[in-house]
Design a protein around this ligand. Sequence first.
Ligand code: MN
Length: 520
Amino acid sequence: MRSASLLLHRTKRHRTTFVPKYFTFLNLFPAIILFLSSTTTISPARITSRGRIFASAFSTVVLVNQTTRHHRHYRKFKSITTTKMAVPFSSFQEYLVQQKQDAGTGGDNTDVHVVVGNTAGDADSIISALTYGFIQSMVTKNTSTSRTTLIPIVSITQRDLETQRPEVSYMFRALGLEQIADSLRYIDDPIVVSSSKAGPGKRKLTLVDHNRAEEAFSSDAWEVVEILDHHQDEHRHLDTCQGDARQIAFENDKATVASTCTLVAERLKELSCDSQYPSTLSSLLLGTILLDSVNMIPAAGKGTPRDKAAIENLLQQTDWSTISSKTAVSDWWLQDDLSYPPAADSAPSTDRMFEALQAAKFDAKFWNELSVEDALRLDYKRFVVENKDSMSHVFGASSVLLPVEDFLAKPDSVPSILEYMTNTVHVSFLAILFFYKSLENDQNCRQLILCEKKSICNNMESLVSFLIKDGTLELEEIQDSDSVCEENEQLSVRLFDQKNTKASRKQVAPLIRDYYESHA
Ligand SMILES: [Mn+2]
């Protein structure tokens, strides 16, 4: 696709010299096939891969069927030519930089359409606005808005984004978008602030993650034309936003999606005709859906079938080979898939992604403030095993994002673990998996505590031998010098450093399961 000009946006300057048509993917597909088939840089293997071709098409807007005169303008226009799929995050970044330049302050220009989340400004509000703006600006179907770039607004200030949203900062950093914060528009942007002073003509507003315009957008200058949300419908803006433009995923007192990003992902799927998606876009959507659905853990009661479908679609339909080569991102892939960058069809582990996001979101301060029970409950999984005598045995595994020492320093830590096992989750065995970043060298660290109720069973010694003999986890017992775990009458507790830091609960729990299947 050497000669494909990739137009990511349009500017005022060029608006008069050519009127590019954005094609819907359905319309575009035959044209792209013809177009790509005629170039020499696409191998036959790639031609047969409809998904890949679409991936190229998606992260770009390929303009075909334009006159030579217009081609001259494209070259002057900031365009990207590539021989492979366009680097997705550069286009995402480019979109953000360009929309900021294009629309200026909005003070003298009524041709403005912004997309904004709610003022609480969580990851969902921020990421859904950015990704939706990006997607819609690449494929604008509606002719009445087609001359306007959709401008995403971060619904909090830059300072708040950088200091109060560690999970969002983490995603940007992990995806190589460190510099992006300076390219974004925030709630105090001139385009928002100056709107009430602007001349006649409406500024259009797409609301994401809420359905009633916030105060900053309450003046008559703004007109809500579209809503993507999962909160109870407050029935506002009905005169300007109805029908398909009003997508509120909330029924019978319940949200039917955990995340607005699920709605954005559904739109992405719809627009892309089974094409592959750019990995940066997918990572942002996936990360936010995983956070909002609490990794689809049923006990959290957040994830819905629509979230599940969106997650699966993002995992499957993304060209993961284009992911940033940052090590932070490599943590999202399982040990077996360590070849890096990953193959195009090698999706990241959602557990790994969630764990990393969770670690960023729930930093040490948060975790230190949780009670023992709340910390154990936040990410708990129950496992049922049938042993060799066909007796079923239940055990639990909690993930905690702190070092063992900090966790055990909580008031009444060991009695509280016993209490949690006895009265909350009703298990006689609990593994507590600790995952945190070393403050000294920023390395991932894992530790493990095994807890067994003495009155019920007596497998601890043989389980420990089993795990050490197996060797996968590379366990090294920690001598409890502070005697925090000094002989509790009812609970036997063993502490370990887990040198294999790649092994998460996905690896630890099956080992414990194996033990119970063959021993208990
Ligand atoms: Mn939300």
